[in-house]
Design a protein around this ligand. Structure first.
Ligand code: ATP
Ligand code: MG
Length: 554
């Protein structure tokens, strides 16, 4: 089956849940949310969560909130907040007026923490983080109650208020839920609800020095926003009992449900903000938007269209079983979209000069070239042709093996949109390298067909030498040299030393320089490329290669 006919498998158990809840009347409309923590740039895994949350609402109606899970001022930055919004929009989703922050709820969350204390369901613990860890127990052993667990309500309230007032240093005390130190679920062994962090918060400044933990803030934020389906990844599966416990104990205005789906994992790719941050900070890549990064910003700079990302996420499906998607499936989704959408141009990456001996010196002409054979509405353009051309070094062999049908001495081939040419001689330098081909053309084959019906076995791309513009072309390979980076413990060790190949002197069809094209284009027979958005000169990034060159396909 060809790539373009691949079936789109849409496996999504969350759609079934939502559709049943609407059918039964449990909900009149659904409310979902995408809740990033602004401590890094969004990556392809987040794109999956974004597509799921916004996608359900696109399909079933309702609304999807963008909510910053900004509960840890020590790790969060405004740069990340801005990037997240730009990235979600670029993917094609809109939260309308529903932009929220967990920090919007700090006051209410604080009051509810007092409610828990008053109900005897929370206490201030003076244990150090190490003591708490030791006393938490293990999967097979119950935890030990804190010596502060039985503090009176009044003392807890007083200490919690003094924590809020800034009387204690970082780590001196925490507020913990009083649930069950012997629970089989470690998340229920008196989880920490609040900790002291004396770091200014991007939004609340120094108003707060106690901050709610994710597990405490999340469900209550969902309830405050009347979220119906709170969708998260599988690692939160055993946090759900705590999510539910808190909602049961507190006078919340709504009762959201949490559902978990499998994270997106992909071969040759690391989707962990912590590791991606490390690559940026240690300089293994050129920033968060390095085109080799699986960040949305990196993919955008590499020329990957948002439609292809959305299509890929849909094909990868939404399931509860963890799996690893083959990166080839991602590339196929990108190619499939670009094959339909991208305009074609000619570019020569490794140039070999060709002189057409019987084409008059000083003459040139403009030939008609189709912009996109997949899309007649894309029209055509003029490509200059002259006596001196460039072709790809790889398209010539002096002593070709049997199945090599491209150019070799005596062989006739078609130059795309131009003429048939025949190679007469290969000129070498003193060291024996081929530096130039002498060819002749058949003027009767203009446009690429011979009136006598004779056939050639190859069609090659080319660029007119006096008209060509020089460009740098960056070819990206996978960022890792093994499909399962980090499997031996160290992802940095698995970085691919050949993930970037720079071609300094590619020759492009002149219109590529004139037109400040921001969209991804096809260089015929080579792949898809996009003008780099940051480089000053003419630099193109390879988005993805073509699976087959048309020399083979035709
Ligand atoms: P990371 O593990 O990369 O640091 P995170 O889960 O800590 O990611 P958040 O900002 O908290 O990052 O994530 C926001 C949302 O994106 C969460 O609902 C999270 O479950 C989801 N998400 C994160 N990584 C993936 C992934 N690989 N596949 C699907 N969803 C993901
Ligand atoms: Mg997280």
């Amino acid at each position: 089956m060809s790539e373009t006919e691949a079936p789109v498998v849409v496996n999504n158990f969350l759609r079934d849940i939502v559709s049943a809840d609407l059918a039964s009347g449990k909900h009149k409309e659904i409310v979902t949310r995408f809740p990033p923590e602004p401590n890094g740039y969004l990556h392809l895994g987040h794109a999956k969560a974004i597509c799921i949350n916004f996608g359900l609402v696109e399909e079933f109606g309702g609304r999807c909130h963008l909510r910053y899970d900004d509960t840890n001022p020590a790790k969060e930055e405004q740069e990340y907040i801005d990037a997240i919004e730009a990235d979600v929009r670029w993917l094609g989703f809109d939260w309308g007026r529903h932009l929220y922050h967990a920090s919007d709820y700090f006051e209410q969350l604080y009051l509810w923490a007092e409610t828990l204390i008053e109900k005897g369901l929370a206490y201030v613990d003076d244990q150090t983080p190490d003591e708490m860890r030791l006393n938490r127990g293990t999967l097979t052993e119950a935890g030990k109650p804190s010596p502060f667990r039985e503090r009176a309500v009044a003392e807890n309230l007083d200490l919690f208020r003094r924590m809020k007032a800034g009387e204690f240093p970082n780590g001196a005390r925490t507020l913990r839920a009083k649930i069950d130190m012997a629970s089989g679920n470690i998340n229920l062994r008196d989880p920490v609800l609040y900790r002291i962090i004396h770091t200014p918060h991007p939004r609340t400044g120094t108003t707060w020095c106690i901050f709610p933990m994710y597990d405490y803030a999340h469900g209550q934020s969902d309830a405050l926003e009347h979220v119906t389906h709170s969708l998260c990844t599988l690692e939160y599966d055993d946090h759900r009992p705590l999510y539910d416990w808190l909602l049961e104990q507190l006078p919340v205005p709504a009762r959201p449900r949490q559902y978990e789906f499998a994270r997106l994992n992909m071969t040759y790719t690391v989707l962990s903000k912590r590791s991606l941050t490390q690559f940026v900070k240690e300089g293994h890549v050129d920033g968060w938007d390095d085109p080799r990064m699986p960040t949305i910003a990196g993919m955008r700079r590499r020329g990957i269209p948002p439609e292809a990302i959305r299509d890929f996420v849909k094909r990868a499906g939404v399931a509860r079983a963890n799996s690893v998607v083959d990166i080839a499936m991602f590339d196929a989704a990108v190619r499939e979209y670009l094959n339909k959408a991208a305009s074609r141009y000619m570019a020569v990456l490794k140039p070999l000069k060709v002189v057409i001996e019987n084409y008059p010196e000083g003459q040139s002409e403009e030939l008609e070239a189709v912009n996109n054979p997949e899309d007649p509405s894309a029209g055509s353009r003029k490509v200059p042709f002259s006596r001196e051309l460039y072709i790809e070094q790889d398209d010539f062999m002096e002593n070709p093996p049997k199945k090599f049908f491209r150019l070799s001495p005596g062989m006739e081939v078609r130059l795309r949109y131009a003429y048939f040419i025949t190679c007469r001689e290969a000129i070498k330098d003193a060291a024996g390298n081929i530096v130039e081909l002498r060819c002749t053309y058949d003027p009767a084959t203009k446009g690429g067909n011979a009136p006598d019906g004779r056939k050639v076995k190859a069609t090659m791309h080319w660029v007119s030498a006096p008209h060509a513009v020089n460009a740098e072309v960056r070819i990206y390979n996978t960022l890792f040299s093994r499909p399962d980076p980090g499997a031996d413990g160290d992802v940095v060790k698995d970085l691919n030393p050949n993930s970037l190949e720079v071609i300094a002197d590619a020759k492009l069809e002149p219109v590529l320089a004139a037109r400040n094209e921001k969209t991804t284009v096809q260089f015929e027979r080579l792949g898809y490329f996009v003008r780099d958005s940051k480089a000053k000169g003419l630099v193109f990034n390879r988005t993805v290669g073509l699976r087959d060159s048309f020399a083979k396909a035709q």
